[in-house]
Design a protein around this ligand. Structure first.
Ligand SMILES: [Zn+2]
Length: 343
């Protein structure tokens, strides 16, 4: 029964126009986040999520410019701390992880369209001092796609069935504590991630961060290591948040550093997060990944803009926005129905 109601609501939700959704689900602002914009293949990224082609990103910026008012992090911060009003139809854009293409490609386009943005960087990767374990995994997947016979080289690390799909699914499940295994797989497949890190320089540098900040962009922190915070000891969660924000503060001189959660803030104790912000007043608003869902006021949810459409394209921004409204509307209707039944 519940499934039938949900699928009925979902099909109804598809027909509600965006304009009506804005009235049904009023939000002070809509937030979009990206990782990578490039016409280059980005082998360390493209097996994890789509890389947004430059013209599609530009189309998204034109859409925002025409229909919304892009606001800076400072405007959001002032709104949620000092009740300064936001303009109607406010939109904020941000980027997670701190790939070099944020500086090379996204930044000039944002400047061209005069759209403010926040760049959240994983501070251990700045200056290409370390490499994200998932970027290493993606290089392994790239290698397997190029040469499926390399599957045989996986040896005993890989416990599953020797098919490309099974190997890729297994690789994608590996996490930071499995980094030793990831390194063994890299060696077995001949993936020289250290050379890639030095030659390709996948991440932004301190110099580029300072330049972006000087141009009016806000720099945020995205932890030190990109670990999933859920399940870590409380003091580790605090260190990942506070220390990464402090490092951004050291680089940029910003008095306030916003923070975005790697993966998501699911399962994290909101009271603990409030305590952490209270102890480290330089930590700004926190950003999560749950679309248009409401959370405590200091956590701002964002819509993940990189949704695949075909092999080489992403969904246009209005469609991504519509999907997010659909999900949020169905969820709110079901929650309201639950409350009515309960009371
Ligand atoms: Zn991330």
């Amino acid at each position: 029964m519940k499934q039938r109601i949900t699928s009925f609501l979902s099909s109804l939700a598809r027909w509600i126009p965006l304009r009506l959704y804005r009235l049904l689900l009023p939000r002070p602002h809509v937030d979009f986040f990206y990782h990578a914009v490039s016409d280059e293949a980005m082998p360390h990224v493209r097996w994890l999520y789509p890389v947004v082609p430059v013209d599609e990103f530009e189309a998204a910026l034109r859409y925002i410019k025409a229909r919304y008012t892009a606001v800076s992090y400072a405007q959001l911060h002032a709104h949620f701390t000092a009740r300064t009003p936001l303009p109607p139809n406010a939109v904020h854009i941000s980027f997670d992880d701190g790939f070099r293409q944020c500086f090379d490609i996204a930044r000039p386009l944002l400047l061209k369209y005069e759209i403010p943005a926040t760049f959240f960087v994983t501070t251990d990767w700045v200056d290409n001092k370390a490499m994200f374990y998932r970027n290493k995994v993606a290089l392994c997947i790239e290698r397997l796609h190029a040469d499926p016979a390399a599957l045989d080289a996986l040896g005993d690390f890989f416990p599953g069935e020797r098919t490309l799909d099974a190997a890729i699914a297994w690789l994608k499940e590996l996490r930071l504590p499995d980094e030793a295994t990831i390194h063994s797989v890299c060696r077995a497949l001949g993936v020289d991630w250290e050379a890639f890190l030095q030659e390709y320089q996948p991440y932004v540098t301190r110099e580029q961060i300072r330049r972006m900040q000087g141009e009016g962009f806000t720099i945020g922190a995205h932890t030190l290591t990109h670990r999933k915070l859920r399940g870590l000891p409380r003091e580790e969660i605090e260190r990942e948040m506070a220390e990464s924000c402090r490092r951004v503060m050291d680089i940029t001189g910003q008095a306030v550093v916003p923070f975005s959660f790697p993966h998501s803030a699911f399962g994290l104790d909101r009271a603990h997060l409030a305590e952490i912000r209270g102890r480290h007043p330089f930590i700004g608003l926190l950003f999560d990944t749950k679309g248009l869902r409401r959370d405590v006021e200091f956590i701002r949810n964002r819509i993940w803009a990189e949704r695949p459409l075909g092999a080489d394209s992403v969904k246009p921004l209005p469609a991504v926005l519509h999907d997010a409204y659909q999900d949020a509307w169905v969820e709110e209707v079901l929650a309201r129905a639950r409350r009515l039944r309960g009371g």
